[in-house]
Design a protein around this ligand. Structure first.
Ligand code: PLP
Length: 472
């Protein structure tokens, strides 16, 4: 495709996205949760690739008729499931421009701007989120964009193993029962003994029980094992519980464990100074990540991963074959991000961060997060006023990370039926989890966040009315 044709088709594609955005803004995209059956989309696509070139118009027609029915509308203002996967105009355009430039930023030398814009964006985020200064790229550590928090977890664990310098089968790791499954996956990917990954109890509010952690570490040490890795979370997936990072950090320092802090969802909210109590003690962590692709208006994929000391990570990840040797690397004056990640190649993902942060400014980002938290509090009040539903309160009585968990008084089967009826209606998307109550009993609960970019109070009240109708 040459430039002339690209220009024409490109305008059409951008128009298509803008039209879709208009429909989303009007909350007119239904069903929110795709209702196709397994195999339906696969069967609708020809079993063999076309021999001859096809027109762009034909592809766009098929996008509407074949593909879109199989899309769940994550950008819908009535999408309340999982965590959001927010995008924004400037981020989409940054992504498009990065694709258009098509540079590989694996080494500083392969496109200096890719590396240096990324370094600066990571530094901007350290400042914007009030993170410890050792995460700055001019210090001993630094930040890098990973594809996902799961990749960041693998990198953190690789670095922790490198730092521990002990045979793998002696290493022990500690997560809480609410830690995201990506950590367990990283543990498996590294081939570490699964029986040495301890899942520690949580307190009543879902946060890491530090006393239980300390005693598990002592038991393992007494048995000749080497505790090496622990994970704290800022906003657990099930209920946005906040782990006590300072207490975890102190235990990890004392017992020489690598502390990784996973702020995949909650980390974006640190642009608001009033929420930074959640990262109190982060200066004790060895690594930290959060996903602007969840809650900071940057489309997937964009996980920001920081280390307080880059050496163990680089030592574990660096292999320099002859064909990548270059003067800049040898000068030791540059960062080569290939030594900070699993793949060699890397897109220019920093461009979408650059465009998003510049477009909104940190003030705009703070306003966005605060608004979504207020909407969460609106939803919490609706649940609290109802006679049929019970809200699961977390560490603070108000939901401080725009997620509300609730269940029907008639029990799990009723709650599940309500969720299924709401989702089948096509009017919204809700998801669920199972939570341990203060009594110790486990409950099926609906998780409903209010953090999607287009969600406003009217969408929440409409959804709440529907939920109540589905409960009748
Ligand atoms: N950590 C937490 C707390 C999460 O909620 C999630 C996903 O929702 C992840 C990690 C994994 O994120 P990713 O999809 O970026 O790997």
């Amino acid at each position: 495709m040459r430039s002339e044709e690209f220009r024409k088709c490109g305008y059409e594609a951008v128009d298509w996205i803008a039209n879709y955005m208009e429909q989303l803004e009007a909350d007119a995209v239904r069903p929110v949760l795709s209702q196709v059956q397994p195999g339906e989309i696969y069967a609708a696509i020809p079993s063999s690739p076309p021999e001859q070139s096809e027109s762009f118009d034909a592809m766009m027609r098929d996008l509407d008729t074949l593909i879109m029915p199989g899309i769940t509308h994550w950008r819908s203002p009535s999408f309340f499931g999982y965590f959001p996967s927010n995008v924004s105009g400037p981020a989409i355009l940054g992504e498009l421009l990065a694709a258009g430039i098509g540079a590989q930023g694996m080494l500083w030398a392969t496109s200096p701007a890719c590396t240096e814009v990324e370094m600066r964006m990571m530094d901007w985020l350290v400042e914007a989120c009030g993170l410890p200064s050792h995460f700055l790229s001019r210090g001993p550590g630094g930040g890098v964009i990973q594809g996902s928090a799961s990749e960041a977890a693998v990198c953190a664990l690789v670095a922790a193993r490198e730092a521990a310098q002990v045979a793998s089968d002696h290493l022990c790791g500690y997560i809480s029962k609410q830690t995201h499954s990506s950590i367990e996956k990283a543990w498996k990917v590294l081939g570490l003994p699964v029986e040495n990954l301890r899942k520690i109890e949580t307190c009543g509010d879902g946060s890491f029980d530090c006393e239980a952690l300390e005693s598990a570490i002592q038991t393992d040490q007494a048995n000749g094992l080497r505790p090496c890795f622990a994970v704290g979370t800022i906003g657990t997936t099930s209920q946005t519980a906040i782990d006590p990072i300072r207490a975890l950090g102190e235990i990890c320092r004392k017992c020489q464990l690598w502390l990784h802090v996973d702020g995949a969802y909650g980390g974006s909210a640190m642009v608001c100074p009033e929420l930074r109590w959640m990262i109190d003690g982060l200066e004790l962590a060895n690594s930290y990540c959060f996903n602007p692709h969840k809650w900071l208006l940057v489309n997937f994929d964009c996980d920001c991963f920081f280390v307080s000391d880059r050496r163990p990570l680089n030592a574990a990840m660096s292999i320099l074959p002859e064909y990548l040797r270059n003067a800049a690397t040898e000068s030791g004056k540059v960062i080569d991000y290939r030594d900070w990640q699993i793949p060699l190649g890397r897109r220019f993902r920093a461009l979408k961060l650059w465009m998003t942060i510049r477009y909104y400014g940190t003030e705009g980002l703070r306003k966005f997060i605060r608004h979504k938290i207020e909407l969460g509090q609106t939803l919490a009040s609706l649940v609290d006023e109802s006679l049929q539903f019970v809200r699961v309160a977390g560490r603070t009585r108000v939901p401080d990370l725009a997620l509300v968990c609730f269940y029907h008084r008639d029990g799990d089967a009723k709650t599940k039926e309500i969720l299924e009826r709401c989702n089948a209606s096509g009017e919204m998307m809700l998801s669920h989890t199972v939570l341990k109550m203060a009594s110790g009993e486990k409950r099926y609960v609906i998780r409903m966040h209010t953090a999607s970019a287009l969600t406003e109070a009217e969408h929440i009240t409409a959804a709440w009315r529907k939920i109540c109708r589905c409960a009748e």
